[in-house]
Design a protein around this ligand. Structure first.
Ligand SMILES: Nc1ncnc2c1ncn2[C@@H]1O[C@H](COP(=O)(O)OP(=O)(O)OP(=O)(O)O)[C@@H](O)[C@H]1O
Ligand SMILES: O=P(O)(O)OC[C@H]1O[C@H](OP(=O)(O)OP(=O)(O)O)[C@H](O)[C@@H]1O
Ligand SMILES: [Mg+2]
Length: 285
């Protein structure tokens, strides 16, 4: 039987969330300590733990079938692969940054300047597109140190919370792109592997939907059931169940979490009591 090979980062910013995503899809991985290759016990999936930076090439070569990487890396590497789904974690930006006291104004500040980065390809293209000539210095890590040791005037690196910039006396000046983790596939999948990927994707979407929605329950006086049902921005019509106490009902439904916060006050004003919001594990609609 065919097996899908997935590449995930061995250790780093993507690894924990990637493993958790597989877990929440009900996929159990039989992992030994320091094992770089493992099999799922209940899904035709083989997991390869790799360096993030190597994954796009493995995908292009068809050595692995699918992988989880940051969008920023795909843009940098420009491999022939296909993005299947945004995953919503490891959100970050790729930005130009300079020492705190420097006034940047616009991109023309960087004309003739020296910029240290781990993303030379993305930066080169961005500067070319904007007709800026700069001296790009490629380093593979600890980029934020460069201006402090006289290696560069500015940097171009990943920014998330901004802590690393702050601690190194730098400030973000121009954002090149925004990124998040994505599921990517090789362009060499056969029909059987495409089918397995569809199965996996179906599960991922069920998990993602469940994260957005909550199960909602509340007690309401019988004469307010209609009014409260009208306020609730729910997926379908709510379920109404009688309480043991006469004259009261319990309304159950599924609601988008952000919409709940928009209607909570009107629900209370309309007479809803004992409102419970409960997480949903999976959602298949
Ligand atoms: N501080 C951060 N916050 C959120 N996401 C980040 C952050 N830093 C990096 N990322 C995202 O996670 C991806 C992996 O980053 P990480 O630093 O773990 O990889 P790396 O050390 O460059 O990779 P490798 O596995 O090749 O050693 C990046 O490409 C980016 O998309
Ligand atoms: O804005 P922040 O939340 O501070 O995150 C940004 C930092 O995170 C990443 O480095 P990481 O810690 O992954 O180290 P690395 O260079 O070893 O990959 C990135 O290269 C920045 O240095
Ligand atoms: Mg990093």
């Amino acid at each position: 039987m065919s097996k899908l090979k997935i590449a995930i980062q061995k250790s780093g910013r993507l690894s924990t969330d990637s493993i958790n995503l597989l877990k929440s899809c009900g996929i159990f991985i039989d992992n030994g300590k320091d094992q770089l290759k493992a099999n799922a016990t209940n899904f035709p999936l083989e997991v390869l733990y790799l360096r993030n930076a190597d994954i796009p090439q493995y995908l292009e070569d068809g050595i692995v079938d699918i992988g989880i990487v940051g969008e920023n890396l795909l843009i940098e590497k420009e491999k022939k692969v296909t993005t299947v789904q945004q995953l919503g974690f490891s959100k970050c930006k790729l930005s130009l940054a300079v020492p705190k006291k420097v006034e940047v104004g616009d991109l023309s500040y960087f004309e003739g300047k020296k910029i240290a980065t781990s993303y030379p390809n993305t930066l080169t293209k961005f500067l070319e597109k904007n007709s800026i000539n700069a001296d790009i210095h490629h380093i593979s890590g600890s980029v934020e140190i460069a201006p402090n040791i006289g290696l560069a005037d500015g940097i171009c690196d990943i920014v998330s919370s901004g802590n690393t910039l702050f601690k190194n006396g730098l400030k973000e000046s121009i954002v090149l792109l925004e990124s998040q983790a994505v599921l990517v596939k090789s362009n060499q999948l056969d029909v059987e592997k495409e089918k397995l990927l569809d199965k996996l994707l179906f599960r991922i979407k069920a998990v993602q939907k469940a994260e957005k929605f909550k199960y909602i329950l509340m007690n309401v006086p019988d004469d307010k059931v209609a009014a409260i049902s009208n306020i609730l921005p729910v997926l379908k019509s709510p379920t109404v169940l009688p309480l043991v106490e006469k004259g009261w009902s319990s309304i159950h439904s599924v609601i988008e979490e952000k919409k709940f916060w928009e209607v909570i006050d009107s629900l209370k004003e309309a007479g809803a009591e004992d409102i419970l919001i409960v997480p949903i594990d999976k959602m298949v609609l």
